[in-house]
Design a protein. Structure first.
Length: 194
């Protein structure tokens, strides 16, 4: 039995048959992808520019809500327990309860949201895919910025929000990249699989 019991078909469902083993492999692959994307970064403090959000939202959009949320929960838990999965190969409770912790927790909800939208067929349409990534990014920011404000900006939400403004451009570029990739992947899969 699969851990993803939704009747909605996602991109990965068209490629890999649903099974418990398949779901476990997908979760592990998603954790690995997110870990590697955390290492592709432009170092800034206290929040680096990384490709994590791209990985998170692509995983949600291709895996679906349940597998996406389980993947990001696994990522957060493994990092909390000491596996070096976060940016700069870091790990531990100081990360989850530090400046970037809200963003990491936001990954869980963002993957679930983009996954649910994918189950509603948003990931196969270019405009809906972009909107899905924008909404997922809003979720990440809405959880990440308040924690950042509390931990690094003396609870000054305006200062933390202002600090994060340059990240919006970076995330827009990642959303455009996903907008080009995922619906195009759907077209290819539909052409091959019928």
């Amino acid at each position: 039995m699969s851990i993803a019991q939704s009747n909605k078909i996602t991109l990965v469902d068209r490629i890999i048959p649903r099974s418990f083993v398949g779901d476990v492999v997908l979760v592990l692959a998603g954790v690995l992808l997110t870990t590697l994307s955390a290492q592709v970064q432009i170092a800034t403090s206290p929040v680096p520019f990384t490709f994590q959000t791209f990985a998170v939202l692509v995983i949600g959009a291709t895996y679906g809500a349940t597998r996406g949320a389980i993947t990001m929960s696994s990522y957060a838990i493994l990092g909390l327990l000491g596996l070096p999965v976060f940016a700069d190969w870091s790990a531990g409770p100081q990360i989850i309860f530090g400046a970037t912790g809200g963003f990491i927790i936001g990954f869980i909800f963002a993957a679930a949201l983009t996954g649910r939208l994918a189950e509603l067929n948003w990931s196969s349409h270019y405009a809906k895919m972009f909107a899905s990534f924008a909404l997922g990014s809003v979720v990440i920011y809405s959880l990440g910025i308040p924690v950042l404000a509390m931990t690094a900006f003396g609870s000054d939400l305006l200062a933390a929000t202002t600090y994060m403004l340059p990240y919006l451009l970076w995330d827009a570029v990642k959303a455009l990249l996903a907008t080009a990739l995922i619906p195009t992947a759907w077209l290819l899969v539909k052409k091959i699989k019928g």
